[in-house]
Design a binder for this molecule. Structure first.
Ligand code: PLP
Length: 299
């Protein structure tokens, strides 16, 4: 459906072939879990959408319209599939068509082609579809992971803001390549490290470590995406008396931790049960941790 609430036939083509989402990955997105007929963590996702759009010099997204579109999307999903069926709601917001991009000065040739500045529009739509089949098993059985270098320093985010490290851009080709590399090595997923060997994140999730009563995650300044699930977890964990920390971690810290999880909106808590071939012992509080994440996304 489009951002102004029109529900479209999913089998009818929608994007123009020259949309900058398709030809440059020049846009941002969000992925939300629809559970019991309700999209979760909506405010945090819309905050991040707004921050990502700002980083790309896209026009500020109209958050009220997005909220209405999300409500229509979740209702349509529940009507067609039942409230008990989880859905994956994806928001896409791109710079629009190459012939009329938004958020940058209109090039001179535009006047010659007769396309006016006013006709420029961002592309804005959302889809709701089934959650991938692997989600159920990673939630219960955990995942095997290798560490792979991202090849750059934790300084990159501050030194080169044009690299858009904290923004959730549509350019995920390198993330998907890292996951294919992991599959070729016979494991499920990846934890990226910086050139200094510091732990960063996974291609599609945030790394969380449990040590005693403290939850730790790498700081966003190190060049990771701020995770909405991690933020919700930290808020709930603090209310429950746990401590939370943003701190740089090394791979050795993961090996000796009481538990390591990958967190994301759709998979929720996925325990790392194997890291670089090492079998990680099941933490005594693994079930409590998963329950805490479920509680954190209740709102
Ligand atoms: N880090 C990256 C690179 C991601 O793509 C994602 C998921 O979208 C996350 C972390 C986790 O973010 P969230 O919990 O908001 O889904």
């Amino acid at each position: 459906m489009t951002h102004d609430g029109a529900v479209l036939d999913p089998d009818v083509p929608f994007l123009h072939a020259d949309d900058l989402a398709a030809v440059r990955g020049d846009g941002v997105f969000e992925t939300l879990l629809v559970r019991d007929g309700r999209a979760r963590n909506v405010s945090r996702h819309l905050d991040r959408l707004q921050n990502s759009a700002r980083a790309l010099d896209l026009p500020a997204p109209d958050l009220d319209r997005w909220r209405t579109a999300i409500t229509t999307g979740q209702r349509t999903w529940a009507e067609k599939n039942g409230r008990a069926t989880e859905g994956l709601l994806r928001i896409v917001y791109s710079r629009g068509r190459e012939s009329a991009p938004v958020g940058q000065a209109a090039p001179r040739e535009r006047a010659e082609t007769g396309i006016t500045r006013e006709s420029n529009e961002a592309t804005a739509y959302l889809t709701v579809g089934p959650v991938p089949a692997r989600v159920a098993s990673v939630r219960t059985d955990g995942t095997s992971v290798i560490t792979l270098t991202r090849g750059y320093s934790v300084d990159l985010a501050a030194l080169a803001p044009w690299q858009l490290l904290g923004a959730k851009t549509l350019s995920y080709a390198t993330n998907m390549a890292a996951q294919r590399h992991a599959t070729a090595q016979g494991v499920d997923d990846v934890i990226y490290t910086s050139s200094e060997g510091q732990v960063l994140e996974s291609p599609r999730s945030t790394v969380i470590v449990l040590n005693g009563d403290t939850l730790i995650t790498p700081p966003v300044e190190d060049g990771v995406l701020p995770g909405t699930t991690q933020q919700a977890l930290f808020e709930t964990a603090e209310k429950e008396g746990l401590r939370t920390e943003y701190r740089s971690l090394r791979v050795a810290d993961l090996i000796v931790a009481d538990g390591v999880w990958l967190l994301s909106s759709v998979t929720l808590a996925t325990r790392v049960r194997e890291l670089n071939g090492y079998e990680m012992p099941e933490p005594a509080r693994a079930k409590d941790f998963a329950a805490l994440v479920e509680k954190a996304i209740e709102d």
